[in-house]
Write a protein that binds this ligand. Structure first.
Ligand code: NAI
Ligand code: MG
Length: 358
């Protein structure tokens, strides 16, 4: 019996995570589900958004499933789960399940991964007053010769691209593409940057990815600028396999690609480090539909499937994904974002029925 910690978070987070955990338990997946105080609620009861007991439980567990946060305490939860644990690889599968509400005329066969560098780039956020940066770097100028001191009052954000950070995400991309190739995928790495404008920073990311890819002659490789990549993800999503990109680009492109495949309500993700992993939907707390019981739990269920695979329960993960696919093919129990009328719980019950009949 394995143990998972479920942190629902806020907004629709607890709605989709609860439905998912009930499904796992009713479906006979051999896991024990624990919950722990976190977020806004923990701030009130424990004086901190991530109490020590929550950290301890997460580290002892075999898997961590997170919902979403939206309140002011949210940053602290994500900071803990993602940045303090150095979960540098954000794996975001984008897959079309026939029956899902894709806006494309031919979404058949969309099956790609957006691999987002999750630990540096413009995140977690290093910002300040422009005047401080101008004092520290008085000679730094842009290509037009403008210096920082010439802007007057303003702010800045620092984008970090390290060799170590880029090498490890590039290796992760190549290993993932190789694993997927063995399962019948293209075996291709697509690197996405804006190296035509940001030559030293994005150019460095691209250069290092290309060095690492050379060690994988069995894989195909291509590079696109991020604006072109956004267009391609909508126009030719089937041409992509593993897309490796920097933090902010990955954040944006994964929402674009998720929508092409059927919507944010369907897109799962995992954040992995060398000794740590947690799993969460791509979507946020969706305050516009929170509390109505109509959130699509697919993203959370598929995130749980990724978690089960990571925990060594690959067969259970596969059954769960196939059950979700059957509910989409059948089309009778879809949530409003997918054009249906089902509630979160009704959708989860349909997946349970598919799981039992599978
Ligand atoms: P969002 O992902 O929460 O919602 C965007 C749109 O998609 C909304 O119209 C929402 O109703 C819809 N949507 C999202 N998930 C859905 C689901 N499962 N079923 C049906 N419809 C769904 O993004 P938004 O509105 O930009 O952010 C809301 C809050 O969530 C913000 O406070 C943001 O900071 C936070 N957020 C948190 C994340 C996390 O905890 N990892 C990730 C993204 C946003
Ligand atoms: Mg996002």
């Amino acid at each position: 019996m394995k143990t998972i910690v479920a942190l629902g978070g806020e907004g629709i987070g607890p709605e989709v995570v609860d439905a998912t955990c009930e499904l796992l338990l009713a479906g006979g997946v051999p896991v024990k589900v624990l919950t722990a105080p976190h977020g806004e609620a923990a701030l009130k009861t424990h004086g901190t958004p991530v109490p020590d007991e929550t950290k301890r439980l997460c580290h002892q567990a075999d898997g961590v499933l997170f919902g979403a946060v939206g309140g002011p305490a949210s940053v602290a939860v994500i900071t803990y789960l993602r940045w303090q644990q150095d979960a540098y690889a954000n794996v975001r599968p984008i897959k079309y399940y026939p029956g899902a509400a894709s806006p494309l005329t031919n979404p058949t066969g969309i099956d790609l991964i957006i691999l987002r560098e999750n630990s540096e780039g413009l995140y977690p956020g290093r910002e300040g007053d422009l005047s401080d940066l101008a004092r520290a770097l008085p000679d730094l100028s842009d290509r037009a010769g403008k210096r920082l001191g010439d802007f007057g009052e303003g702010r800045f954000a620092v984008k970090v691209v390290s060799r170590r950070g880029t090498e490890r995400i590039a290796r992760f991309a190549c290993e993932l593409a190789r694993k997927r190739k063995a399962r019948g995928h293209q075996g291709k790495v697509t690197c996405v940057t804006k190296s035509n404008v940001l030559r030293r920073s994005d150019g460095y990311f691209r250069e290092i990815v290309e060095q690492v890819v050379q060690g994988y002659p069995d894989l195909a490789y291509e590079h696109f600028y991020v604006d072109d990549a956004a267009r391609r993800l909508v126009r030719f999503p089937q041409s992509m396999d593993v897309v490796v990109t920097m933090n902010l680009y990955g954040d944006i492109l994964s929402d674009v690609a998720a929508e092409a495949a059927g919507g944010l309500g369907i897109a799962p993700s995992g954040c992995l480090g060398d000794r740590w992993a947690y799993f969460e939907s791509v979507h946020g707390s969706a305050p516009d539909i929170a509390g109505k019981g109509i959130a699509n739990p697919t993203a959370a269920i598929l995130s749980a499937a990724m978690m089960l695979e990571h925990m060594g329960l690959a067969a259970e993960a596969e059954c769960l994904e196939q059950a979700v696919a059957r509910v989409y093919r059948d089309g009778k129990a879809l949530t409003p974002d997918q054009g249906g009328k089902a509630t979160t719980k009704e959708f989860a019950q349909a997946v349970l029925a598919a799981l039992r009949n599978g």
